[in-house]
Design a binder for this molecule. Structure first.
Ligand SMILES: Nc1ncnc2c1ncn2[C@@H]1O[C@H](COP(=O)(O)OP(=O)(O)O)[C@@H](O)[C@H]1O
Ligand SMILES: [Mg+2]
Length: 470
């Protein structure tokens, strides 16, 4: 087009020249003069027309250079801006209107570049924030197609889902329903399953019907803990109710006349005492469990001597073991090195484990505490020759109130909380407890703790235990 301006300029100047020369020609033809004069005039006119043509071309080019070329540059710059190339500048030094337009375009390009930079910075800040969120975020357009998602969403669904319908990105009818509502301008919530996870989603419309935003949270663990808490309350209430009901039953029977029959009264009173002891045991264990689970109750870990603690526990249970006809023993004491722990906690742990061993091992059996050590850790093992635990129960025996044989545990005065307490106390000491067992082949519980101050203390203790062993 601009080339045509240049052409038009040329044509216009040429036409002007032709017009002037033509008019002069006609005038020369019609003027009253002799042939010689006319021929001279024609020569002059031919010369003039050639000159006029040259002047026209030169003039047209000059005008083109002065105006058309700078306009072409302006157009090139604005085209580049329109394409998004904000680096383009006219840099005109002219002080006329064209120069003014050039400078205006440069200012516009500066501002556009600046704003674009600000938008990019804002966008990348938003991206970082979105990706740092624990919640999975999904934004759809007005047609329900995913236009934005964050890293947590990719973690949840396996892909960013961009360009796909929301229902394809997350296959959930509940979420689909909520997004449809949001596209109609309504806020809503949805809870749905995604494989093994439970997801809670808040869905809201974007302003001006531009789409919907979905914020999703994995609530599987929260729900599970909720369930555990509910089960625990139900189990604890049930456990407490059993002895309470018995106490109340015996007491009412006594009140209603049994008191007058001394033999029966005595038996009922013993039953009441027995059940009160059971209640007391449950409450004690519940308190112990709650202490061992409390996040505030951090132990001050210090070097402790597992051999001394085990010896104390075994002496305290000696009577119970001999009553039952179970033999107690202590082995491999040369491996009993100081561990990092809490004396009272390890005492409780071993008391529970040895007590279980005695309770569940039939008469004639053996319960042994033995020690093991390696470079960083030391283990205290409680090994019994009892009936063992079936594999199907092994993974659950550390749960609160879980018992392999409810009746047997009750009969032995068990609360079902012992191993849960053992597990929490051990974890509090930074250690772990494990169990190995096979039906008919006894059971081994193993408490692993970090060795304390491997340098001086450990070797000092090695000497002690060697002396003890000897
Ligand atoms: N040494 C063991 N031998 C066989 N079974 C055991 C042994 N220790 C624990 N168990 C099983 O694990 C269950 C949970 O133990 P625990 O939490 O100490 O509760 P309880 O109060 O019943 O002893 C017991 O009821 C019992 O069935
Ligand atoms: Mg127990």
């Amino acid at each position: 087009m601009l080339h045509s301006i240049r052409a038009r300029l040329l044509i216009a100047t040429l036409a002007g020249a032709v017009l002037v020369v033509g008019a002069s020609w006609i005038y020369a033809e019609n003027v009253a003069a002799d042939a010689a004069t006319r021929s001279a005039m024609r020569d002059v006119l031919v010369f003039a027309s050639v000159l006029a043509a040259i002047v026209a071309v030169v003039l047209a080019e000059l005008i083109a250079r002065r105006f058309v070329t700078p306009i072409a540059e302006l157009r090139h710059a604005s085209d580049a801006l329109a394409r998004g190339d904000f680096a383009v500048r006219v840099r005109s030094r002219r002080d006329d209107e064209i120069g003014g337009i050039g400078r205006a375009i440069d200012r516009m390009a500066d501002q556009l570049a600046e704003r674009l930079e600000a938008v990019r910075a804002e966008e990348s800040r938003l991206r970082v924030m979105l990706d740092a969120m624990d919640e999975a975020v999904l934004v759809t357009d007005a047609d329900g197609l995913v236009v934005l998602s964050n890293a947590a969403f990719v973690g949840l669904s396996g892909s960013a889902g961009l360009g796909r319908a929301c229902i394809e990105a997350i296959r959930s009818a509940e979420l689909h329903e909520a997004v449809s509502k949001a596209l109609r301008g309504e806020r809503s919530k949805a809870v749905f399953r995604l494989d093994v996870k439970i997801i809670s989603a808040h869905v809201a419309p974007l302003p001006d019907g531009a789409g919907a935003i979905v914020v999703m949270r994995d609530v599987t663990e929260v729900r599970r803990l909720d369930e555990v808490r509910r089960d625990f309350v139900a189990n604890a209430s049930h456990e407490l109710r059993t002895p309470l009901t018995a106490i109340r039953g015996f007491a009412e029977t006594l009140r209603d006349g049994a008191l007058d029959e001394p033999r029966i009264a005595k038996r009922f009173v013993s039953n009441i005492v027995e059940n009160a002891i059971r209640l007391q045991r449950i409450v004690d264990d519940l308190l112990e469990l709650s202490r061992s689970e409390s996040p505030d109750a951090r132990f001050e870990l210090e070097p402790i001597d597992p051999l001394a603690i085990a010896s104390k526990v075994l002496s305290s249970l000696e009577q119970k073991a001999s009553d039952k006809g179970v033999q107690l023993g202590i082995e491999a004491t040369h491996d009993a090195v100081p561990v990092s722990g809490d004396e009272r906690a390890l005492d409780q742990v071993l008391l529970n484990l040895v007590d279980n061993g005695i309770k569940y091992t039939p008469s004639g059996g053996r319960v042994v505490v033995r020690f093991r050590k390696d470079a960083d850790t030391a283990r205290v093992e409680v090994v019994d020759s009892g009936p063992g635990i079936a594999a199907s129960h092994l993974s659950r025996i550390f749960e609160r109130f879980y018992r392999v044989d409810q009746g047997r545990s009750r009969e032995q005065g068990g609360t079902g909380l012992g191993l849960a307490i053992v597990k929490h106390l051990t974890q509090r000491m930074g250690g772990e407890v494990s169990v190995e067992s096979r039906l008919g082949h006894g059971t081994t519980f193993s408490v692993r703790l970090a060795r304390a101050e491997l340098g001086r203390d450990a070797s000092a203790h090695d000497d002690d235990s060697a002396a003890l062993d000897a």
